[in-house]
Design a protein around this ligand. Structure first.
Ligand code: ATP
Length: 293
């Protein structure tokens, strides 16, 4: 079976405190995008992983795709194996949740391939052990994500809007950015204004800069993030912001033509620029005849 594991953007990201174990408590509006890695899962005696498209991504038991399969085996006690082929299209260290999306798609795909029959709730609780974004990546669409990533409130009318993503050359480590986050740099993001725009399906109602609590820390490591945001707005985006802990920045455009024109201009100055759309689904099953993107 072949799946495209959709990445995500964070429309808003607020840190509301920490829990007793030191995990950050989050309040985010997160949405799937139709940019994704390609996963091919084939029944096999052993569990194996191969990775293409990004030499920096580990192809061993550190990889979240592999860890997801191992976690599913532990949870169910099943002894089946699978050959997992992962082709990376989502840059890592971008705040686009590529690794989390891979983990979610492996959990959903192997639950079918191995006929383990787990519920969405079971998959999400396994996913939470792997990372805060994994439960969302199993649900997809547009969700308010709270707690340590386990409380999901879906908004079924998730809009499909044109985006341009821009990433500076360097990526950022999520753990390092959270480590340097100081509570006194808290922001109050415009969750309600984003939701209002989404429910009205009108990107022109979006705030230009909805608010991401990690942006200040990430920009202190990588000032290009602010330049990316300004470049997207100058190229016609109605809203532009860093996603997650960065370093990718997304811009929302009123229509696909203006997004394509902006991407053509921006690709002259930035190393990684791509057009995509927000999506209503966490992953999609595709034919194995189609080449890995
Ligand atoms: P997030 O938005 O969840 O903070 P990110 O987009 O910044 O994540 P990822 O692509 O998820 O970053 O990768 C972060 C790190 O995790 C990488 O440096 C990589 O070494 C490791 N990693 C483990 N599994 C994967 C995977 N399947 N794809 C990408 N990176 C992975």
């Amino acid at each position: 079976m072949r799946l495209i594991a959709h990445a995500k953007i964070n429309w808003t990201l607020e840190i509301t405190g920490t829990d007793g174990r030191g995990y950050h408590l989050l309040d985010m509006l997160t949405q799937s995008i139709d940019l994704g890695d390609t996963l091919t899962l084939t029944a096999s005696d052993e569990l194996t992983l191969s990775v293409s498209g990004n030499d920096a991504v580990p192809a061993d038991e550190r990889n979240l795709a592999f860890r997801a399969a191992a976690a599913l085996r532990r949870y169910t006690g099943i002894r089946a194996g699978a050959a997992i082929r992962l082709h990376k299209s989502v840059p890592s260290g971008a705040g686009l949740g590529g690794g989390s999306a891979d983990a979610a798609a492996v959990l959903a795909g192997l639950n079918q391939l191995w006929q383990t029959g787990l519920s969405q709730h079971d998959l999400e609780s396994i996913g939470l052990q792997l990372g805060a974004d994994v439960p969302f990546c199993l649900r997809g669409g547009l969700c308010r994500v709270q707690g340590i990533g386990e409380r999901l409130t879906p908004y079924p009318a998730a809009p499909v809007w044109p985006l341009v993503l821009v990433k500076p050359c360097e990526g950022l480590s999520t753990a390092e950015i959270y480590h340097h986050y100081a509570a006194d740099s808290a922001v109050t993001p415009a969750h309600d204004r984003v939701l209002k725009a989404a429910l009205a399906n009108d990107p022109r109602l979006l705030p230009r800069h909805p608010g991401n609590a990690l942006e200040r820390v990430s920009e202190s490591f990588l000032p290009e993030i602010q330049q990316c945001r300004e470049a997207l707005l100058a190229a016609g985006a109605v809203c532009a912001q860093m996603s997650g802990s960065g370093s990718a920045v997304f811009g929302v455009f009123p229509d696909a033509d203006s997004a394509a024109r902006a991407a053509a201009i921006l690709s002259g100055s930035w190393p990684w620029v791509t057009c995509c759309r927000t999506s209503a689904s966490p992953y999609e099953f595709v034919s194995e005849e189609e080449p890995a993107l």
